[in-house]
Design a protein around this ligand. Structure first.
Ligand SMILES: [Fe+2]
Ligand SMILES: [Fe+2]
Length: 286
């Protein structure tokens, strides 16, 4: 299969944790990493073709589908659209991959490396937040805002906030929870427009459900409105397939604001430990 893009060697090596990390991998691990990298690049390209507004976004020539057309596709699929990425074969592959074991006391960084990788979109959005001088709570929210896609996509703002709530500042989980609703509502002043990607994802004639409308009204008047709003602003410009990103610039912010449990995520008996355990082992049958 000819790829519609070149593999960026530098980005690929960076996504694996740098040259030193690559040198430690055996041939098979490298081949597998390359395959995964290619898939994620493809994913990005697909998202971008959907009309992402990132720099250099290739506009799809297909018209946006209607809600009815998207609805008619439901029975053409083997999986539902809200399924978490860990549970389906990525990049059009027919089988899922064996997952690497996490350490006994896994940290957020371990999850980024072994379950959320390459996490390109969230890293890009956090990088932009950092460059534009946003608060550390907002930068952290950008870094975490979509990683729950590994587990589930439906209502991912709420799932994502819940996953992180015991460990992050309240403003950060607020921003993660409500970015989902705010994405449907433009705010010119804040620099946020309705994304073309959403016309393609939800349908050109889509109206958000009642819980999203009500949530928007509530958050619009909230004193923390700008926290999730800034997540949406960075979200909009974080689909550049050529961006080179890494978790390294965020290690200090994680250190300052993410309360890593000493037992490790998933083993701390928190109300959300089971969610982390599911991410650790999505192969568990029950
Ligand atoms: Fe999101
Ligand atoms: Fe996002």
């Amino acid at each position: 299969m000819k790829l519609p893009f070149e593999i960026d060697r530098r980005a690929f090596i960076a996504s694996l944790g740098g040259a030193a990390a690559v040198a430690m991998m055996d041939h098979e691990a490298r081949a597998e990493a390359l395959e995964e990298h290619t898939e994620s690049r493809l994913d990005e390209l697909v998202a971008q073709r959907g009309g992402g507004t990132g720099a250099g976004a290739g506009q799809a020539d297909r018209p946006f589908p209607t809600v009815a057309e998207l609805d008619a596709q439901i029975e053409t699929r083997a999986t539902r659209r809200g399924v978490g990425n860990l549970f389906v074969a990525g990049g059009g592959g027919r089988t899922v991959k064996r997952l690497e074991k996490l350490p006994d006391r896994p940290t957020l960084q371990d999850f980024f490396k072994l379950r959320f990788a390459p996490a390109n979109h969230v890293l890009q959005s956090a990088t932009r937040a950092m460059k534009t001088g946003m608060t550390e709570e907002v930068i952290l929210a950008c870094l975490l805002h979509d990683v729950v896609h590994a587990l589930v996509k439906t209502d991912h703002g709420w799932w994502g906030a819940q996953l992180f709530e015991p460990y992050v500042p309240e403003k950060t989980s607020f921003a993660i929870r409500y970015h989902q609703a705010l994405r449907f509502y433009p705010d010119e002043q804040a620099g946020y427009e309705y994304p073309d990607l959403y016309y393609r994802t939800f349908g050109s004639d889509y109206t958000p459900p009642t819980h999203i409308q009500e949530t928007y009204k509530m958050v619009r008047k909230h004193k923390w409105y700008m926290e999730p709003r800034l997540v949406t602003v960075n979200d909009l410009y974080a689909f550049d397939p050529n961006a080179i990103v890494s978790l390294d610039p965020f290690i200090d912010i994680i250190g300052r604001h993410f309360k890593q449990p000493k037992e490790g995520l998933g083993h701390d008996n928190s109300p959300v430990a089971h969610m982390w355990r599911t991410i650790i082992n999505p192969d568990a049958p029950l």
